[in-house]
Every structure is written in structure tokens, then in C-alpha cells.
Design a protein around this ligand. Structure first.
Ligand SMILES: Cc1cc2nc3c(=O)[nH]c(=O)nc-3n(C[C@H](O)[C@H](O)[C@H](O)COP(=O)(O)OP(=O)(O)OC[C@H]3O[C@@H](n4cnc5c(N)ncnc54)[C@H](O)[C@@H]3O)c2cc1C
Length: 368
């Protein structure tokens, strides 16, 4: 009977997450899956960004909440260089694009339902004295580290300008003189598309470089010279293993090793990291966020990244060869960290051997 002196009212266990971006809010949206926990998100206004952008991801089990919010879905995508075009088809794992704004709005609404507390002042941490603290502030970048850097234009052109049945994941028909460079084009309709100039290299270029690449690709390869610029996005995602923002706190999201070192994909891996952690707790373990990448994938990524950095001239051939040797579903599984041994063997067999042998022997050097 309630109200007896022996009754113990169990207080929820406080946990805190520092930073309020993709990982922190994705956790807040799902904290109801843990009983007896009270989540506090500590996110100072001064560090907040309102920049909207697109997150691309392949449909996987851990992305069931994101899939219905996708702005557009493609079962076909293309990878091409000057000589070869590969069109891949996926049945089970299509490619989706979601806007940052719609995902964060969804997470904020779920966080309200889950009674998550939001604080702006970092000094609140001491007052709250939570049982566990997770840190989603950005990890520390090593100087001269490899980056994925880009500018994207969302444009509106004449009807019939784009084939919206096919996303262009990589088109290498652009200036390769500064490192691996490709155009990423997500057609949302036959007249609207996000067109991005993306480089993998340690050095940022001037805005003019990316923007010239976009406009000349549009003119030369899409036949589009008149359009309205609707939105612009810009980013530089660090590639490689990084140190945590503060070694005293366990990381989550990018600060918990979620960015895939060879591709810069983060959104899918953040959701995977959180999904795995919450399932682990329901098996009776403590809440912990491990890197969502398998050691074998991290090792393969290190070699791959060395080839892209020091021998970038092979990149257009490598990616078309990879696309040509896998089905769309296999490609999606490989890039989402779900490859098994036979799929990994297929990937290795598709690669040109010389640059990879060189990278294995001398990972920090280019061609002699
Ligand atoms: C334009 C753009 C396009 C992208 N496209 C893709 C894509 O297509 N697919 C994909 O997977 N990834 C993409 N990314 C990368 C992806 O968005 C990030 O890696 C992802 O947001 C990481 O989530 P996170 O929660 O770890 O970090 P963030 O979302 O960056 O959150 C970090 C939080 O920490 C806060 N913060 C920062 N410094 C401090 C501080 N000193 N004190 C307190 N708080 C602090 C910030 O305000 C923020 O709330 C893109 C990034 C950009 C910028």
C-alpha cells in the first residue's frame, strides 16, 4: 500500500549530455527507451548553428525513425568518371536525404514528450551532479588532417533539367588537381537539386574553387546554365581517428568516433551508435557509447584514406570499379558498416592492387 513508511520513492538517475546537435538530440528523442533515467542536455546558445543542410544515408534497421521524414528517396544512384558510368540499383537499402532541420525538429518534439531538461549554462553541470556525463562537443582535430570539404548549392532550374530517379553520388568529371574531387548531385525533382563540389584533401580551397566547379558541371554535364540559387551549404568534416573534446568525459556522436573515417558519413552511424547503446542497457549493462565502426573497417579505412590522400589520381578509377563490382544493396551495406567477410573480400578484389600495396607499405607517403 502506498504511503507506508517503508515505501521508497525511487528518484530517476540523472544523466547529462554536453552539446545539443545531432547526437545529443537523437539521444533525447529516444531516452524514453531507458526506464528510470532523466536526461539533461547542456547546450550553450553561443555554439548553436542554424545552418540547414542535407544528411544522406542508406536505409538500415536503426534508421526507422528517420526514413519517414526523408525529403526524397532514390533506389538508383550513379558513380562516374570521364570514361565510365555505373548506375546502381538497390531494393532493400535505398538512399535517403533528410534535412537537418526536419530531423532536429522531430527530435526536439520527442524530447519534450520525454521530459528532457535543456540548460544553456555549462556551470549547471556541477549543480546537477549527474551520475553519467556524455560529451557531444566536437572532437579535437589534428593539424593537417584529412578533410572532406565542400560547398553545395540547392538550385531551381527549368522543368526537365534533372532526372530525379537517380542520385549522382560521385561524378569525377571536374578539376582533379587539388586532390580527390567529385560532384554530388541530389535531384529532388526534375527542376530542383542539391549540387555539391566535394574534395577529400587536407587543405580548404577558396569558395570560388568549389563554386566554379558546380557551375561548370551544371553547364557542361547537366546542360543547366540558368537557375535560381535557393540555399547554400558548406562544411569541412574531419576524416580519421580523433581525440575526444575532453578526455574526462565519454564521447558520443562525432566526439564518440561516429564519423566514418573513409567517407565522412556521420548521421547513420550516430543513430547506430545510440541504437546499440540503448539495446545494450536493456540487456542489463551500463549506458555507454562505443564507436559504431568495427576494428576491421577502421583498419581498411586507414589504408583507403592513405590512398585517397597520397595517390588521389586513382580515386576516379577506384570508386567506379567499386560501384561496378557490387550490387546497390551491397554498396549500401559496405558504406553503412554492415559488410560481412565475403562482401569485404569482394571490395578488396575490386581495388587496383598497386596503390593499395604502396599504402600498406608506406601509409604516410605518396608515389615515389
Ligand atoms: C553542411 C554539412 C553537410 C553535412 N552532410 C552530411 C551528410 O550528408 N551525411 C552525414 O552523415 N553527415 C554529414 N555532415 C556531418 C554531420 O552533420 C556531423 O558530423 C554531425 O552533425 C555530427 O553530429 P554531432 O552531434 O556529433 O555533432 P554536432 O551536430 O556538430 O553537435 C555538436 C554540438 O556541440 C555544441 N558545441 C560545440 N562547441 C561547444 C562548446 N565549446 N561548448 C558547448 N557546446 C559546444 C554545438 O553547438 C552542437 O550543439 C554534414 C555536415 C555539414 C556541416
Amino acid at each position: 500500500m502506498s504511503g507506508e513508511p517503508n515505501d521508497i520513492i525511487k528518484q530517476p538517475t540523472k544523466i547529462a549530455v554536453l552539446g545539443g546537435g545531432c547526437a545529443a538530440l537523437s539521444l533525447a528523442a529516444n531516452i524514453n527507451l531507458l526506464s528510470g533515467k532523466q536526461l539533461h542536455v547542456i547546450a550553450p546558445e553561443v555554439h548553436k548553428s542554424d545552418q540547414d543542410h542535407i544528411w544522406g544515408f542508406w536505409e538500415m534497421d536503426w534508421l526507422q525513425d528517420a526514413v519517414p521524414l526523408a525529403r526524397k528517396t532514390w533506389h538508383k544512384w550513379a558513380v562516374r568518371n570521364a570514361d565510365t558510368e555505373v548506375i546502381m540499383h538497390a531494393d532493400a537499402y535505398p538512399y535517403h536525404a533528410i534535412t537537418r532541420r526536419s530531423w532536429l525538429e522531430h527530435c526536439n518534439a520527442r524530447a519534450q514528450e520525454n521530459d528532457v531538461f535543456f540548460h544553456e549554462d555549462m556551470t549547471q553541470l556541477a549543480t546537477l551532479s549527474p551520475k553519467q556525463v556524455f560529451d557531444s562537443r566536437p572532437p579535437r582535430r589534428e593539424p593537417n588532417m584529412m578533410l572532406q570539404h565542400f560547398i553545395g548549392w540547392e538550385i531551381c532550374a527549368e522543368p526537365g533539367s534533372f532526372d530525379d530517379s537517380t542520385a549522382i553520388l560521385m561524378d569525377f568529371r571536374c578539376d582533379q588537381s587539388r586532390g580527390m574531387h567529385f560532384i554530388y548531385c541530389l535531384p529532388f525533382s526534375d527542376r530542383e537539386a542539391l549540387v555539391e563540389s566535394t574534395l577529400f584533401s587536407p587543405t580548404l580551397e577558396t569558395n570560388e574553387f568549389y563554386e566554379t566547379a558546380i557551375s561548370s558541371w551544371l553547364k557542361k554535364h547537366a546542360g543547366v546554365s540558368r537557375f535560381n540559387l535557393l540555399r547554400r551549404e558548406q562544411g569541412a568534416i574531419p576524416l580519421g581517428v580523433m581525440k575526444r573534446h575532453d578526455p574526462d568525459f565519454q564521447g558520443i556522436g562525432a566526439n564518440g568516433g561516429a564519423i566514418r573515417p573513409s567517407s565522412g558519413y556521420a548521421f547513420s552511424f550516430i543513430q547506430k551508435q545510440i541504437d546499440t547503446a540503448l539495446k545494450h542497457v536493456s540487456d542489463g549493462h551500463m549506458l555507454q557509447f562505443a564507436t559504431p565502426h568495427k576494428p576491421i573497417d577502421l583498419w581498411m579505412d586507414k589504408i583507403f584514406l592513405s590512398v585517397l590522400r597520397y595517390q588521389p589520381r586513382y580515386a576516379p578509377k577506384i570508386f567506379t570499379a567499386l560501384a561496378g563490382s557490387l550490387t546497390g544493396d551491397e554498396f549500401a551495406r559496405f558504406l553503412s558498416g554492415e559488410a560481412n567477410i565475403s562482401l569485404r573480400a569482394k571490395v578488396v578484389a575490386a581495388m587496383p592492387s598497386l596503390p593499395f600495396i604502396r599504402a600498406l607499405l608506406r601509409p604516410d607517403e605518396g608515389e615515389p
